[in-house]
Write a protein that binds this ligand. Sequence first.
Ligand SMILES: [Ca+2]
Length: 306
Amino acid sequence: MKWLLFIILGWSFAEATWGWTYHYSNNTMTWSKARKWCQEHFTDMVAIQNQTENDYIVSILPNRTNSPYYWIGLTKEHINETWKWVGNNSTWVGEHSWAENEPNNNHITEFCVEIYINSGQNRGKWNDEKCAKNKSPVCYKAQCNDSSCVKGSCWETLNSTACLCTDGYEGDKCQTAVQCPPLPQPSNGNYSCSKEGQIFNSTCHFKCHLGFFMIGSSAVTCAANGHWTGPRPVCTSYKQALLAVAGCGALCSFFCICFCCIRHRKKKKRAQDRSVLKLVLHREPEDATSPPSDVNGGTSGNSLAP
Ligand SMILES: [Ca+2]
């Protein structure tokens, strides 16, 4: 059946296996009717995302000497708005897309865009135009559908489709959840997980055996980056914990005694120093009222002077 379709449809079937296909009408119509025609027969009016796509569209559209103008899906509703593609809400316009001196909004309300398919220098260039004018529509048909990407959005361009995966998923169709490293069983305990395979969003709950208690969080979850949200908890026996507490208590007591002894010695030394200082201060005034013995001796020496 597939090969029969291939023979009947020829190159268009082969092209459909890659990405967007492009279509047009030889009839002319207003921009609104052109878009409606595209939506009825294909996906929407053509959205151009880069210069390569623009060049390709120019290459497949007939060069009609009497009417070389085609509506494309670029529009806006107000003069101050940004140009936007109706097919995918993109705002790409490129650096050399517009024809010379365009867009000029010549008729004040030129809010729709046409592409020139002629043989002059403006071939493939764009012009803003009144939406009520009659031109031929250019449409695209998307290959992406709801089942193209399991956990992501389908991105499509000329000859290419790709799935942009949401966080936590990978694969060409975003069909595989990110896997976290396997969790080893904890000593003296066990765990169970909410999903098989320890994958993204899987939560594992830990339990300790009888006589043991848990240190750490009792549950960890596989995050979108492929890492667990926390370390694995540890199961410790009550006996070990009591010994640890007792050991810690003894150690604390030892340090406390040492600290008290040092403090007591320092306090005692400070008290001794204060006593010595007081003694010195009390003795100094008494000594000042009594002349030293060698001064008296000096007075007696004066009698020897002539
Ligand atoms: Ca114009």
